[in-house]
Design a protein around this ligand. Structure first.
Ligand SMILES: Nc1ncnc2c1ncn2[C@@H]1O[C@H](COP(=O)(O)OP(=O)(O)O)[C@@H](O)[C@H]1O
Ligand SMILES: [Mg+2]
Length: 260
């Protein structure tokens, strides 16, 4: 699809055979997908409060830190404020900045036609609605997203946008939340403290279900704390490490496994 192709508003909520799925995400779907977030209650509450009060909110941080997961949880938390719902646009697979406007229009369900420009079509469609537009993974097409968001929010005072990106969009009125990895326990922490830290809770949740060995021994908790610390509490890395440990279980948990 090309950026300058246009969309027909008349059929905006209908999906013709072969057209992309309309990405209106129901509160229930979001709630189910975000239900399992570990250790982010404070961040969810803070970002949800900002989403309600500013027009452009960004969640930034390194890849795998949990930006998309947080955005969905915030969307679930905030959905009651948006009578026309939450629309999630996934930009990760987009190859070129030129395609951003067309992609957003397509993913919210606007159909192509020969009329208005994409931005005008989106503006008109959004003008009748109270909704939250979530734009996920903006980092590789940032300037195009920034331009679009600035244009839309200038024209539409009721619009709320929540974008995830490695870096801020640097647009007027943007509020940014820099998302940190999950907290890990220090080297001198005792068993209870290690067990309670969010990184270990996520690791335990992901590894535990697949393992035969108990994770409730001093040695297992110590190992989990060490692994989580070494990968700095990054959720994606924790999930991969948990899967690997579950796979290598006998080697990891037989005495003498050396993490050095
Ligand atoms: N707080 C959390 N609790 C549980 N799983 C999480 C949490 N944060 C992230 N994840 C998981 O970690 C992985 C990476 O998160 P994601 O939101 O895709 O990161 P990002 O968008 O920052 O690259 C996903 O599988 C996600 O479900
Ligand atoms: Mg992401």
């Amino acid at each position: 699809m090309r950026a300058w192709e246009t969309f027909n508003l008349a059929a905006s909520d209908e999906r013709a055979p072969g057209q992309p799925e309309v990405r209106r995400v129901s509160p229930q779907t979001i709630a189910v997908r975000s239900r399992r977030l570990v250790g982010r209650d404070r961040e969810i509450a803070d970002v949800a409060e900002s989403v309600a009060s500013v027009s452009i909110m960004t969640v930034t941080g390194p890849g795998g830190v949990g930006k998309a997961a947080l955005a969905l949880a915030v969307a679930a938390e905030s959905s009651a404020l948006f009578p026309d719902g939450v629309f999630v646009v996934w930009l990760a697979a987009l190859r070129s900045a030129d395609l951003v406007v067309g992609e957003v229009a397509a993913q919210v369900g606007l159909q192509r036609s020969g009329g208005e420009s994409n931005v005008d079509a989106l503006t008109r469609w959004l003008a009748d609605r109270d909704l939250l537009l979530v734009l996920d993974n903006c980092e590789h097409v940032m300037s195009a997203v920034a331009q679009l968001v600035e244009e839309l929010t200038a024209r539409l005072p009721r619009l709320h946008v929540l974008a995830t990106s490695r870096e801020p969009l640097w647009v007027m009125d943007e509020q940014n939340h820099r998302l940190a990895p999950l907290t890990v326990a220090g080297t001198d922490a005792g068993r209870a403290e290690i067990d309670a830290c969010p990184a270990v809770r996520l690791f335990r949740e992901r590894a535990g279900a697949r393992m035969h060995t108990s994770l409730d021994t001093d040695r297992a908790v110590g190992l989990m704390g060490e692994i989580c610390r070494r990968i700095d509490g990054l959720p994606l890395a924790l999930e991969l490490a948990a899967a690997m440990v579950a796979e290598l279980e006998p080697a990891v948990f037989a005495g003498g496994f050396d993490l050095a």
